[in-house]
Design a protein around this ligand. Structure first.
Ligand code: AMP
Ligand code: MN
Ligand code: MN
Ligand code: MN
Length: 293
């Protein structure tokens, strides 16, 4: 159970990934993934194609999302797993979150123009297959293509993070809203990549305890941006808080992402001391669900 190759965090062209849901399903299957979730940012439109392709490949599939949240004046991502993509409350909630992206993208373009980089808004839009979901990643790809930075890491550090020319303050969903929408849709809420946030220990404790108070149940322990120290730390926090543990690559693109779907070649397993989030969905149920739909 703990060694199941579950990849419960990935992105398609419906948000800021570069592969289609169909290509992702094939790649997950080829990499030996045994349970896959697509979790696009604030967007559900990739899920039907992902489920169909996973089903055709005999790959158990879970519908997912990654909701953008503002907590303690910082951006936090909450993954929802096992959601019903047709749930009205979830659909309406994330539509609101997405709506803010257009103005933000224009303002990012304005900020970059002030340092002499013109046409970034148009450039980012041109690289975004889903016009409703323009993200910093699309700006990053545009800026790399322009030659102003060599790679994603550098482009975020120089242009797209707090205090830099392309960064725009933005209010996303509230923590309680994101958890409520996910639960309304029958899903499990998961704190995504906690090792990436720059919180003080007090703020981090508040994130975990408020998340739980809102009905959040799980934490991503093994993920593409976590190093060994993060995995050890969040293993202990999951146990301390009595939370379920999740595992996912956060795959976006074959070149950009540190780890591939299925986390290969890392193959990091969750500690046997943890209860995996997939204990919620018995394998037999996932298989019949996949076959039936
Ligand atoms: P947004 O939702 O538009 O703020 O974009 C957030 C996305 O940018 C994340 O989901 C990542 O894909 C990407 N991202 C954020 N920080 C970095 C970073 N330091 N390096 C590379 N990609 C990043
Ligand atoms: Mn992303
Ligand atoms: Mn994220
Ligand atoms: Mn992600």
């Amino acid at each position: 159970m703990h060694t199941l190759n579950a990849d419960l965090h990935s992105h398609s062209t419906a948000s800021d990934g570069t592969l289609s849901a169909v290509a992702l399903a094939a790649r997950a299957k080829a990499n030996g993934v045994e349970l896959w979730a697509l979790t696009d940012h604030d967007e559900l439109s990739g899920l039907p194609a992902a489920r169909a392709a996973a089903t055709a490949a005999g790959l158990p599939f879970v519908d997912g999302i990654e909701v953008s949240v503002t907590f303690a004046n910082s951006t936090v991502h909450i993954v929802g797993l096992g959601i019903d993509p047709s749930n009205d409350e979830l659909v309406a909630g994330i539509a609101n979150v997405r709506a803010g992206r257009e103005l933000r993208a224009r303002q990012m373009g304005d900020g970059l123009a002030l340092v002499g980089i013109h046409g970034a808004y148009e450039g980012a839009i041109a690289l975004a297959p889903n016009p409703n979901l323009v993200s910093r990643t699309h700006f990053g790809r545009f800026l790399i293509a322009r030659g102003v930075a060599p790679d994603m890491h550098a482009v975020f550090r120089r242009y797209l993070t707090e205090g830099k020319p392309g960064y725009v303050e933005h209010r996303w969903a509230k923590l309680g809203e994101a958890v409520r929408w996910i639960r309304a849709a029958g899903g499990v809420a998961v704190i995504a990549h906690p090792g990436r946030y720059k919180f003080t220990p007090t703020e981090e404790y508040a994130l975990f305890s408020e998340f739980q108070a809102h009905g959040g149940e799980a934490v991503e322990v093994v993920t593409g941006s976590h190093h060994a120290g993060d995995v050890a730390k969040y293993t202990e926090m999951a146990i301390e808080f009595g939370m379920l543990a999740s595992r996912g690559s956060d795959f976006h693109d074959p070149e950009e992402s540190r780890l591939d779907l299925g986390l290969v070649p890392g193959q990091l397993a969750l500690s046997p001391r943890l209860t995996p989030v997939w204990s919620r969905w018995p394998q037999a149920e996932l298989r019949s669900e996949s076959v039936a739909s």
